[in-house]
Ligand binder design. Structure first.
Ligand SMILES: C[S@@+](CC[C@H](N)C(=O)[O-])C[C@H]1O[C@@H](n2cnc3c(N)ncnc32)[C@H](O)[C@@H]1O
Length: 386
């Protein structure tokens, strides 16, 4: 049976996500703001959860229609066969999102859905599920527009950027799905030399190593769909076995990371160790201004400090032109991708921007600036600074 799904993702990553969904056999793929709609059987839903590196979660759409007021919302929710989708012993939570929703309170609309679910269970089963706002088994999503309502059941559980390998963080780590998406936007592919000279806790390095060794990002974690009545353990085992069979042997990879601070590097090393990549990726402590290209060509990716320890505005202003010089002098032939929330950065780095992509790191609006370091070229070209 074909079902409808929606996978939200960080804004700016909709295209890479739609490519990923195409590869796992999704159909009717439609890119929207902040996510991608698709259709498919349960195998596609399970694979989207297991394989997508850019999705934040996968929602199973169980209703789409129109509403006028809170009573409609209650009636619509009451009409749905909740008891066929999960057992009364499961705890629930209702999340509401509204865009141009005319209702006074989204919370109240959410309560209507919760009441309808409980009343329906009481009628059909004689008892109702408990609410757990902190760690529910089943998350119900309500999405309201001016007069449209969609109701979905979450199939992911914890957000998909949580890969299931314990990750320690230091200051301002980037989310795993944003890091993976940036690698995709940069056109990085396994085998292309990759350097993150401001690696912090090592998120880009780990995502790139996972991609290189063909390791499904969700292979070590559990998912919300395991609590739904439709869940087939047999299908899930088959999908996981196929994923594990496709993993490649651990090997040294052309992936390098460095960071100015020893404690950041220690975190990166622990995370690489936990992920099983300690012998695949090379890391060292270094100031970005002292490093050289580890290969003739490659991709340099960095999430620049901004407003944290070293992110003092004056210090950064001094760093940018030096970084520009470094890229020109030592990274000819490389493409650099710099993520920053500092929209003034391009003026100070004094390099020709070849592409800028708006992205969101959590709630923080950022840009990914692309610099193509053509051999001997960037210095003399007309400088486009913003
Ligand atoms: C925004 S954080 C990067 C976070 C990283 N992407 C992660 O996911 O953990 C910026 C990093 O730049 C490092 N850094 C700051 N100044 C540096 C410099 N001059 N050379 C190298 N690294 C530097 C900081 O220690 C910090 O770890």
């Amino acid at each position: 049976m074909t079902e409808k799904f929606f996978a939200p993702c960080p804004r700016g990553l909709e295209r890479p996500l739609s490519d990923e969904l195409g590869l796992i056999g999704a159909s009717e793929i439609v890119v929207d703001d902040g996510g991608v709609h698709f259709s498919g059987g349960w195998d596609v839903c399970l694979k989207a959860n297991l394989y997508s590196r850019t999705a934040s979660r996968v929602l199973w759409q169980v209703f789409s229609g129109r509403y006028a007021d809170e009573k409609d919302i209650y009636d619509i929710a009451y009409g749905l066969p909740w008891n066929e989708w999960f057992d009364v012993s499961k705890t629930i939570r209702v999340n509401m999102v509204g865009i141009k929703c005319p209702l006074k309170s989204l919370n109240f609309a959410g309560l209507k859905i919760k009441d309808a679910i409980c009343d329906k269970f009481r009628k059909v089963k004689g008892s109702r599920p408990d609410v757990d706002t902190h760690d529910p088994d089943i998350m119900v999503h309500g999405f309201l527009t001016t007069d449209g309502i969609k109701i979905s059941l979450d199939t992911s559980g914890e957000a998909l950027f949580k890969r299931g390998v314990r990750q320690f963080t230091n200051t301002a780590p980037i989310r795993e799905n944003l890091a993976a998406g940036i690698l995709m936007l940069a056109g990085w592919k396994p085998g292309i030399p990759l350097l993150d000279p401001m690696c912090g806790s090592g998120t880009f390095l780990i995502e790139a190593a996972q991609m290189s060794l063909n390791i499904a990002p969700g292979i070590s974690r559990s998912f919300g769909f395991e609590k739904l009545a439709v869940f087939s353990k047999k299908l899930w085992e088959e999908i996981k076995i196929e994923a594990v069979n496709n993993e490649l042997e651990e090997t040294a990879l052309p992936i390098w990371g460095s960071d100015l601070y020893g404690d950041a590097l220690k975190t990166a090393m622990i995370n690489l160790e936990n992920a099983g990549f300690a012998d695949c990726v090379s890391v060292k402590q270094a100031n970005i201004l002292d490093i050289s290209a580890p290969a003739e060509k490659g991709i340099l990716v960095a999430n620049l400090p901004y407003g944290e320890r070293m992110g003092d505005v004056e210090e950064l202003k001094q760093l940018y032109p030096q970084l520009g010089d470094l890229l020109k002098k030592r990274f000819a032939g490389w493409n650099a991708y710099l993520l920053t929330a500092d929209l003034e950065m391009p003026k100070s780095i004094r390099l020709q921007v070849s592409k800028r992509t708006p992205l969101f790191n959590g709630a923080l609006e950022c840009r990914l600036f692309e610099y193509r370091m053509v051999e001997g070229g960037n210095r003399t070209k007309k400088v486009e600074t913003h």
